[in-house]
Ligand binder design. Structure first.
Ligand code: ADP
Length: 489
């Protein structure tokens, strides 16, 4: 099958969060299975160019119709982890992708609407007729709209579209000029059964457009699909999802174990496996040395996260003090795009700087994330909502026991040690329901108690997590089944 993914992030070269891991992991698995897979991305100035093999200019005469003009683009090609990637670079005074960051500008909707248009134009001009176009989140949500409304008329009649919602909280709600710029008549699309936003009737909702126009809509876990269809977590899109319910389904994300695996992890001072689990503690020591923590018989509780209200920043803060008050050590690796949250955590960092049991590292650091997953005993994920969550899956692979809120993908993947419905050898962590301090404590107290008083049971929990298979094998097959299903229609 010929599959093209169009996305705004790709792990290794341009990553902000889990979206990058998912597009990379899924495309790699599809390529390993012998499918023809290509990825189209923006060419950002902040990409890690050293991770792209054979980076060369592939097309230099792509002209994209935009508003009342044509924008000249170059398209670069290279392999990332063996997967064919194309990178589109517009030459335009607005410098869409040379901004030093991937997201965070007032014209983000315009930037990614342009990218969606350019990706379609590139496929058209390059004569690419994939069986499936797979798009991700609001950034590329206009692709199915333009494909079926515009590019179909230019002969692109073959591709079917799968749209994956990684986070429905961000929907790409924007003004009508964004449609006009890509050649869509707003009057025709700002109507209830198309792209009109339910909460701001004058506005365009890009994600809604993809739900309406795609052949299949997936979320990154089954629980999350249920939550966005039937609770306020749908952020206003419940109705449209229910209307299109027959083409919706949840596929749990996988983890790329070529990248996230303590047996082969190039970032670790000491590799280890289920059979050599004691070697994990050499990484614990290395983590303590790196963060100048004292070497005492205590569990290390960790957080690796974007510091965003979604991730439960208030509860993360509470976890720090609760851990320290209960004889544990605490490490955090987090990046906060929001200025206020960033300031709060810098203050916290100053406050805890001299504490030999605590270290907060603010910023994004891939290598350090690996060391923390390997060196910590527990990983806390107290999210308000979590479409899938990758950090708990990675933690389990590294024998680090997750303590998570019972929501979305966290609920689908972590089985509580005390209250889980499965036999003990399948229980993998601790969960809590209430999104407040008492809720978090109800799980942490049990986890800390188990670590301190029942080390044998704790070891079993670690091993249970390591035995779980959250590789891309099953989810890639699920997506292939979806691709076959929509191709047959
Ligand atoms: P989200 O996509 O909402 O940020 P996920 O749990 O799906 O959350 O994915 C998070 C990914 O980003 C994981 O691979 C995690 O290791 C990584 N990550 C999060 N914060 C950081 C950070 N500060 N430094 C390095 N990696 C991070």
């Amino acid at each position: 099958m010929f599959v093209i993914h169009i996305a705004s992030e790709y792990a290794g070269v341009a990553k902000v969060g889990g979206l990058a891991d998912v597009v990379q992991g899924l495309t790699r698995e599809l390529a390993i299975r012998g499918h023809s897979v290509e990825v189209i991305l923006p060419r950002y100035d902040v990409m890690k160019f050293d991770r792209i093999w054979g980076y060369t200019k592939a097309y230099s005469d792509l002209w994209v119709p935009y508003h009342h003009m044509w924008v000249h683009c170059d398209v670069y090609f290279g392999f990332v982890d063996g997967v064919k990637c194309f990178f589109i670079e517009p030459h335009f005074h607005k410098n869409f992708f040379n901004r030093g960051v991937i997201y965070g500008h007032d014209d983000d909707a315009e930037r990614f609407a342009f990218f969606s248009k350019a990706a379609l134009e590139f496929m058209l001009k390059a004569g690419k007729h994939p069986d499936i176009i797979h798009v991700h989140d609001w950034q590329t949500a206009l692709v199915p709209v333009m494909l079926f409304e515009t590019y179909k008329n230019f002969g692109m009649v073959h591709p079917r579209v799968c749209f994956t919602i990684h986070n429905i909280h961000h929907q790409g709600v924007t003004g009508e000029q964004v449609l006009r710029q890509v050649g869509l008549n707003p009057a025709h699309y700002i109507v209830p059964h198309r792209l009109q936003d339910m909460r701001w009737p004058g506005a365009v909702n890009l994600m809604k457009g993809a739900i309406v126009f795609s052949n299949f809509v997936s979320t990154v876990s089954r629980r999350y699909m249920h939550e966005v269809m039937h609770t306020e977590l749908g952020h206003g899109l419940q109705h449209v999802l229910n209307q299109h319910g027959t083409k919706c389904g949840g596929v749990l994300n996988g983890v790329d174990y070529a990248h996230w695996n303590p047996e082969v992890d190039r970032f670790l001072p000491q590799k280890y496996s289920l059979a050599t689990l004691d070697d994990k503690y050499k990484n614990k020591r290395a983590l303590r040395e790196r963060f100048w923590l004292r070497d005492e018989y205590k569990p290390i509780i960790a957080v690796v996260s974007r510091l965003d209200p979604q991730k439960g920043v208030g509860l993360i803060r509470h976890a720090i003090f609760y851990a320290l008050a209960n004889g544990c050590q605490f490490v955090l690796l987090g990046s906060a795009p929001d200025k206020k949250i960033n300031e709060d955590f810098w203050n916290l960092k100053r406050q805890t700087n001299d504490n030999p049991d605590c270290h907060l590292e603010l910023g994004h650091d891939e290598g350090l994330a690996h060391l923390i997953y390997a060196g910590a005993d527990m990983l806390v994920v107290p999210s308000a909502f979590e479409p899938c969550g990758l950090t708990q899956l990675i933690a389990m692979k590294y024998g680090t026991v997750p303590v998570v809120r019972n929501t979305g993908g966290l609920a689908d993947t972590v089985c509580d040690a005390n209250h889980g419905s499965r036999p003990f050898h399948e229980r993998t962590g601790y969960t809590f329901n209430d999104f407040n301090n008492a809720g978090l404590e109800s799980a942490l107290v049990r986890a800390i108690g188990m670590w301190c008083h029942y080390p044998k049971h704790w070891r079993e929990l670690m091993e249970n997590g390591m035995r779980q298979d959250f590789s891309w094998k099953t989810p890639a097959q699920d997506y292939l089944n979806i691709y076959e299903l929509i191709r047959a229609k």
